[in-house]
Design a protein. Structure first.
Length: 371
């Protein structure tokens, strides 16, 4: 082929590509997008990563070019450019499966329309190698950042280590532990106080509380709130009626069985989470007790099981899925906040609570209350 003919063929091919210089749509590069949108490569990158530092008109123009040419950024190249992966880690040691699932769903809700992917890292804070294992996870995976639900969120040594490693994080906790831009706060104390007020207002005085493990700050906050709520109504939580569980169904069964073996059994039990509260249901049935005729039960979290069990459970609603969404948004958008994002619990009254009837087998010769 003559040299002149070759040049004409090349020109025709370029014209057939729409003059954009891209060889084909499957190989469009970020440089091509930048040129076609008449912006810098950095601006294209900001649009891809949903940066707020781009004018809306420019953002729409870049997105239109991306859509028209089916441009898809290379995750590996992006990771190298940012010196980290596009992974968001969820590091947790919560023994409640439903809590973990709800938190995971919330995080995924936020990540759905982004390039980020979620990786789960279960752990055990009681493991002597806990911190080293998380360090290895961060160093090997190089996540964009991690989300820390209770109780790993309460570990100051872990937070310090993540800062030293340059790993961004967001903590979810019942008290303020960090900078506002790194915190999602829940007010567990107030939620537990609402549970106490509800039980007291029904007329219960023989009240028990099954709290979570001592290693969980939430367990302390919920115990404190429950005591304060009872005190507002002139009641005191008996130490003998306070027992430690493990935030698991099995521990709820075992703790309730101990309470039901007491000479003076409780007429109302507040469990520190719904997993343990369902365990109380089981123990009550095994003991031949009716819920709520013989014993009222209140949980905490409002997991889906709370509305599905019979009778439906009165519980303190904490919007765990929404908390996960907020934590992920705070992490990937790196927002500067004046105060932590906050979620306030509220009691949801269902059919597992009622006024006490105080039958003979519970309270001796006391006169039953008519309903």
């Amino acid at each position: 082929m003559a040299k002149g003919a070759s040049k004409k063929a090349a020109s025709a091919k370029k014209a057939g590509d729409g003059g954009n210089g891209a060889k084909d749509r499957g190989k469009v590069t970020i440089n091509d997008v930048a040129r076609l949108a008449n912006v810098s490569k950095k601006t294209v990158s900001r649009v891809i990563n949903d940066s707020p530092l781009v004018r809306e008109e420019t953002r729409e123009r870049v997105k239109a070019v991306i859509a028209a040419h089916s441009y898809a950024p290379d995750p590996q190249a992006r990771a190298l450019a940012f010196r980290r992966s596009f992974l968001v880690g969820m590091v947790y040691d919560n023994p409640s499966p439903q809590y973990v699932v709800n938190m995971q769903r919330g995080i995924l809700d936020t990540l759905e329309e982004t390039s980020f992917q979620l990786v789960l890292r279960p752990c055990d804070r009681s493991d002597p190698k806990f911190h080293q294992k998380i360090r290895t996870f961060v160093e090997q995976q190089r996540p964009y950042g991690v989300i820390l639900p209770p109780s790993v969120s309460e570990d100051e040594r872990l937070a310090k280590m993540l800062r030293q490693l340059g790993c961004a994080y967001v903590r979810i906790a019942s008290v303020e532990l960090d900078q506002p831009s790194q915190m999602v706060r829940t007010f567990d104390t107030e939620g537990a106080a609402q549970a106490a007020r509800h039980i007291a207002e029904l007329g219960h005085t023989k009240i028990a509380h099954i709290h979570g493990p001592q290693s969980f700050r939430s367990a302390h906050e919920r115990l404190r709130g429950f005591r304060e709520g009872l005190a507002e109504r002139g009641l005191k939580l008996d130490r003998a009626m306070t027992i430690e569980g493990a935030y698991t169904f099995e521990s709820g069964v075992l703790c309730a069985e101990k309470l039901f073996r007491r000479k003076e059994k409780p007429t109302a039990i507040f469990a520190g989470n719904d997993e343990m509260a369902v365990g109380v249901y089981q123990a009550a049935r095994l003991a031949g007790l009716d819920v709520p005729t013989d014993v009222s039960i209140v949980g905490f979290d409002d997991a889906p099981m709370a509305a599905r069990i019979w009778p439906p459970m009165t519980t303190v609603r904490l919007p765990i899925r929404e908390m996960g969404r907020a934590a992920a948004k705070l992490l990937i958008q790196a927002e500067q906040a004046a105060r932590p994002i906050s979620f306030y619990p509220e009691i949801v009254v269902r059919q597992s609570t009622a006024a006490p009837r105080w039958p003979q087998r519970f309270m001796g010769a006391m006169t039953p209350v008519t309903m």
